[in-house]
Design a protein around this ligand. Sequence first.
Ligand SMILES: NC(=O)c1ccc[n+]([C@@H]2O[C@H](COP(=O)([O-])OP(=O)(O)OC[C@H]3O[C@@H](n4cnc5c(N)ncnc54)[C@H](O)[C@@H]3O)[C@@H](O)[C@H]2O)c1
Length: 325
Amino acid sequence: MRILVTGGAGYVGCATVETLLAAGHAVVVLDSLVTSSRGRLPAEARLVEGSVADRPAVAELLRSERIEAVLHCAARSLVGESMRDPGLYLRENVAGGIALLDALADAGVDRFVFSSSAAVYGVPERTPIDEETPAAPINPYGASKLALETALRAWGARGLRAISLRYFNVAGASERSGEAHDPETHLIPNLLAAARTGEPVTLFGDDFPTPDGTPVRDYIHVLDLADAHLAALERTEGIPAGLTVCNLGTGHGFSVKEVLAAAEAVTGRPIPRTVGPRRAGDPPVLVAANERARTLLGWTPRRSTLPEMIGSAWAWEQRRGEVPA
Ligand SMILES: NC(=O)c1ccc[n+]([C@@H]2O[C@H](COP(=O)([O-])OP(=O)(O)OC[C@H]3O[C@@H](n4cnc5c(N)ncnc54)[C@H](O)[C@@H]3O)[C@@H](O)[C@H]2O)c1
C-alpha cells in the first residue's frame, strides 16, 4: 500500500513509519516540523515539509504519490496549551483536519486512520471505558479530537472509510523514536529526567481513591500502538463508509507509584519526588476496554509491560547521548 503519514516526524508517527516500512508499505510523510525535526525519520520515508491545512498542496501530493490511505497523526497535543490558546487547537486540529479531508475528496482517496485520544471521554463515570461511553471532553484538546471525529462521520456520506484510534497513555520507544515533547507533560519521560538530573518530579496528588492513593492509567507501548495502526490501515479496505471508533489501550492500569518504582528498578537510580495538589479534572482511574481493537483489528498488545516501556525509553535516551555514562 502507498500510505501518507501526517505528523510522521513526531513521536508516534515516526515509530509507526518504521513499522509500516518493515511491513513492506511505501510511506510518504507530510510534516510541518512544528514540534519535531526530520532527524529521526528513516531514510526510506520521503519527507514533504508542509501543513495538512494546505488543501491544494495536499491534494496534489496525494495524486502525485498515488496515495491509497492516509494516517493522520499531525496535531497539537498539549492539554495545558489548549486551555491557554483554544483557538490554536481548533484552527490546527479541527480546521486543519477538515482541509485535509477536503484534499482527500479532491484526490479520490477514501481510506483514513486518525490519531484520536482518550481525552474525548473527559471524566468518565465508569471504567474500563468502552467506545459506547459518552464522549464529554473537558479541555479544548479533547474537544478538537471529538470535533474531527464528527467531521469524519460526515465525510462518510462522501465515501470516506475511517477508523479513529483513541489512544490511552502512549509510552516507550522504538529504534528511532522516543518521547521528546516540549514541554514534556508525560509521566515516564519526566521520571527518567528526574533519575538523570536528580531534580524531583512532582506527583499530582496521593489521596485518590486507589490502592496506593495515586492515579491509575492505562499505558501502551508505542510499538504496540504502531502495530494497531498497521492493522487499522489494512482494515479500512473492508469496512463500510463512515466512522469506526476504537480504543487503544491494554485494559490494565498502573498507578503513578507503580510506574515510579519500575523506573527506579530500570534505571538503578533513586527518583526524588514531591507531592503537589491534584490537577483539575484528573480522574482516579482511566483504563480502556479494548475488546473492539482485538476483534476489529485482530490486535493484541505484546510489549506493554512496565519494564519494556520504561526500559526502551531509557535505552532510547541513552542512544541520544542524553545520559552521562
Ligand atoms: N503521545 C501520546 O501519549 C498521545 C496520546 C493520545 C493521542 N495522541 C495523538 O497522537 C498524535 C501524535 O502525537 P505525538 O505524541 O507523536 O506528538 P508529536 O508532537 O511528537 O507529533 C506531532 C507531529 O505533527 C506535526 N504537525 C503538527 N501540526 C501539523 C500540521 N498542521 N501539518 C503537518 N504536521 C503537523 C508536528 O511537527 C509533529 O511532527 C497526535 O495527534 C496526538 O494528539 C498522542
